[in-house]
Design a binder for this molecule. Structure first.
Ligand code: B12
Length: 336
């Protein structure tokens, strides 16, 4: 079983944010320190933590927010990875670089590292902010709409929000696209930003003053879309050990409001029954793990990437994406 660095880190951040009674989670902190070390054993063999630099960065950030020191070696590992440009994988560079930059800012601000290392962290954070400003598109988005909140958290945490022109443009882009944040996982990353805060502020929250503002909203039901649509479903395996590139290609008729998950379910019910798939529940929704009996292997860093033809990766998961009539969707076994 892989180390639980990221989930534990998110849990600890969440706990702290809900104003718990005094230090109830000492053993969780000890576990997180243990998992960070476990996670790193992956790097000796593969050159990256067993989970990912994103989770490793979250781990350091959560410990820092809990005012816990980590060995300087643990921090230096992240610094080296950043210098060597190893934080990026696939389209997720901005998310990972931002999480790591937040962890660096926290360690430096809370003086949890020596002065020499603190100076290096300051330089590295500045470099990360520069990269993010450079990654900004003409629409103000940094990376994609879901990584933009992370980039904004860095500008807020470092105080660069006062001077960095990219900040205002990204904030405006966010306001225009708030409808994209429909799941708890994406909301958790954007909400602090809308209040001018970053995850670092969890460390200095004034507890006891929280009014009970968590009242459920009455959601309006989605307008019913009538009619049908047809989606072309393609499965590809470009990896060397696959006997063929294109493993499946078929038109799938579905109701007009169907999500990609509905399309996969409809394909599985078509005769002959030659399409099957599996998903795993995650806080982001169902994650596609297996198609046509081929399982994406975490330890080999493969995953089922989802794309719209000819070659654009989707920015949403299978349950959230609603294909258009006539669209071609590709499930491609890829490496990250
Ligand atoms: C690392 C990562 C991946 C890795 C995960 C593998 C791994 N072992 O680490 C890989 C490369 C496989 C991946 C794949 C995808 N990802 Co991704 N991923 C991330 C990233 C950078 C960190 C996730 C993480 O570790 N969280 C911390 C851990 C502790 O939380 P967790 O809930 O346990 O995380 C697990 C699941 O969330 C799952 N997962 C990762 N991505 C996604 C995406 C979806 C839609 C689902 C349901 C699950 C899922 O893998 C995580 C690790 O086990 C986030 C960035 C972010 N801002 O959140 C994007 C992010 C979550 N991914 C995203 C997307 C769009 C995808 C893909 C749909 C891309 C594609 N077109 O194929 C696919 C998923 C397709 C599928 N098979 O269902 C978006 C989701 C946006 C949204 N609307 O919800 C994010 C926010 C990136 C972004 N800025 O766009 N991802």
């Amino acid at each position: 079983e892989p180390p639980r660095t990221g989930r534990l880190a998110l849990y600890l951040l969440g706990l702290q944010a809900t104003c718990p009674p005094l230090s109830p989670h000492r053993s969780l902190v000890t576990w997180l320190k243990y998992y960070l070390e476990e996670d790193w054993t992956g790097s000796r063999q593969q050159g990256h933590p067993i989970t990912s630099y994103y989770q490793y960065g979250l781990g350091v950030l959560a410990l820092c927010v809990h005012r816990k020191r980590v060995r300087e070696e643990v921090v230096r590992r992240l610094l080296t990875a950043q210098h060597r440009g190893k934080l990026g994988h696939g389209g997720n560079t901005v998310d990972t670089e931002a999480v790591v930059a937040l962890a660096f800012t926290c360690l430096e601000r809370r003086r949890l590292v020596g002065t020499e290392l603190a100076a290096k962290l300051r330089v590295a954070t500045h470099e990360a902010s520069r990269n993010m400003a450079e990654a900004q598109g003409p629409d103000g988005i940094i990376g994609n709409i879901y990584s933009t909140p992370w980039a904004l958290q860095v500008f807020l945490a470092t105080g660069e929000c006062q001077t960095e022109p990219a900040f205002g443009q990204a904030m405006a882009a966010l306001q225009e696209n708030l409808g994209a944040f429909g799941t708890a996982a994406t909301m958790a990353q954007v909400l602090p930003v809308l209040h001018g805060r970053s995850y670092l502020d969890i460390a200095s929250m004034h507890c006891g003053e929280e009014p009970d503002t968590l009242t459920p909203l009455d959601m309006e039901p989605l307008a019913e879309v009538l009619g049908n649509k047809t989606v072309q479903l393609v499965v590809e395996c470009p990896l060397p050990w696959c006997y063929e590139l294109r493993l499946y290609d078929r038109l799938v008729p579905v109701p007009a409001a169907a999500s990609l998950l509905d399309v996969l379910q409809a394909a599985a019910a078509l005769e002959p029954r030659d399409f099957r798939f599996h998903t795993q529940d995650t806080p982001q929704g169902p994650f596609l793990t297996e198609v046509l009996g081929l399982q994406a292997r975490q330890e080999k860093r493969n995953y089922w990437q989802i794309l719209t033809a000819p070659n654009t990766p989707l920015q949403m998961g299978i349950a959230d994406y609603r294909p258009q009539d006539g669209e071609t969707l590709i499930l491609r076994l890829s490496e990250w």
